[in-house]
Structures are given as C-alpha cells and as structure tokens.
Design a protein around this ligand. Sequence first.
Ligand SMILES: *[C@@H]1O[C@H](CO)[C@@H](O)[C@H](O)[C@H]1NC(C)=O
Length: 314
Amino acid sequence: MGGCLRVVPAAFMAVALVAVAVAVFPSSAEPEAAASLRGGPFDSIFAFGDSFTDTGNNPVVWGWYNVFDEVMRPPYGMTFFGGRPTGRSSNGRLIVDFIECRDFFSRSLFLVGEFGITDYHISFGMRKSMQEIKAFIPDVIQTISMGAERVIQHGAKTLLVPGMIPSGCVPSILVALADTDAPEYDATATCLKEPNEIVMIHNSLLRDAIEKLRAEHPDVSIIYTDMFNHVMEMIKSPERFGFKRDVLTVCCGGPGRYHYNLSVVCGDEAATTCEDPSTRLFWDGVHLTEAAYHYIAENWLNTVVGSVSARASS
Ligand SMILES: *[C@@H]1O[C@H](CO)[C@@H](O)[C@H](O)[C@H]1NC(C)=O
C-alpha cells in the first residue's frame, strides 16, 4: 500500500474549496513515475478540478440529481476495481488516481486544475459567439490564479497547474458545432479551429498568470503541464498510445458521428460500449479513458519529478 491521496475537486467558479473524497489505491497499479515519487518529496496530494479530476463529488454535491446522473450508471467504472460506477466520469481511474504519495501543506502536491473546459464547453453549447467567449477568458484565468494564490497563502509549496485539452477535437463539441455555418477545421481536417484557438488563448494567459505567481512567490514551485499538445499528440499518432486510428470515436455512446449522440449518452440503456476501452482516447463525449489518463499522469509525474530535482540541485 503506497499511501494516501486527498482528492478535492471543487467548482472553482463557485470558489468552493471543500474536501470531500479520500481514496487509497493499491500500489501494484502505480505508474513508474509514481514509484519514483514514493518516499519522495510529497506526503499528500490535493487536487482541485472539474470532472476530469472528480472522483465522485458531483453526484454527492448534486444529490437531488443523483438518480439522473449517468456517471452513477454502468458502464461508468467498468474497469475500476470492482467494475462498478464510482462517480468518476470515465471507465476507470483518473489522472489523480495514478498519482500517489505518502501522508501533509508544505510537503503536499497541489493539482490546480484542469479548469476551464466546463466554462467554455457550456458556452459553445449555448452557441455563444467566439468573441463573447474570448471576452471572459481573463475572468476564468483570474479565478484559477486566485485559487492558486489562496492555497499558496495556506502554505502550499508545490502546485501543478494543467492547461486545457484541445476542445476543438472533443467529439461532443465537434458534433454540437457541426451544423453551424461553415465550421472551420484545422490543417489535418480533424479538429475545429475556433474552439482550439480559445483554448490556446486560455493556455497562454494561464502561463502568463503562472509567471506572475512565480515572481510573487519565488519559494513556491508552480509547474505548468501542457495537456493541449499531449492530447494533440495522441490524436495525431494514436497508434503510439495503442489507440485506434479513428481516434475521435468515443468508447461509450450512441449511434452517430464519433459514436456520440446527444439523445443516447453513455449510461443510457440504449448506449453501447467499445469492447476494449484501452484502445480509445475518449470515454464519453468529453472525458478521457483510463488509458489516456494513465499516460497523462505519467507525463505530469515526470514533469513534477523533473522540476523538483532541478530545484533540489540548484
Ligand atoms: C441518435 O440516436 C437516435 C436514437 O437511436 C437516432 O434516431 C438518431 O438518428 C441518432 N442520431 C444520429 C445523428 O445518428
């Protein structure tokens, strides 16, 4: 048994930083970099984030809504220990589940994000103009920065702040925006240009905000991880990750393009699930599979280990 993990997903827009879930995972499942972190610099992990991080808060916070919450229905959780839904928006473990440490604030790793996807995706769905969406990016960044500032004031010494994944490649967004006037695709004709531009602006402003935080807190490690290019790599070279060539096809969903159908969503009785989720990048219309989260966790851990040892030797 490796240790403990405090998963603290919170709705940053509501700035509600509440600890809800605690989870312990068998170390047999730990990735290599997790092993190198064990006995290493962190006693615990505090993770703030949206449904990419949430290990079960959503159905608790929205208890009244619980029975309708598809994440509480199979096949969500099908490859998780026990094979049952856990409230996680995936088939199995999330990035945070793969990142494991020992027992507490200055010797803890704080995962601040990913944030933003929910704000932008709801806006895309509401058909807000790209101009309108661009206009509120600084507010989202400001809120993330405020949250980071707050945990630093409480004594956090190491923060990992992930950027956003390419929204223009997300199946639900591709389907939602397919019938808008002449949606523009990128050079590979796979992903939508404008949503990806929004994400690139978000990520770039996030990096500026991180630079500012670093300057204000030279004794704190604030590490940025590039989820955009990492997921883009998976989309451009799916075979390198064991994913099928139609990489945007989701594992669990209904009939239609990318196997994504708004009226037959994962968890519905009529939805179907791919035979081997490890061959897919996307689990449902938005969230990634356990296999994808495992690669991302490795990447985050390598980034943290690299950054911490660079600090130790300087
Ligand atoms: C979505 O699913 C419904 C119900 O099976 C089906 O009638 C409809 O054609 C599907 N939509 C697409 C775009 O395939």
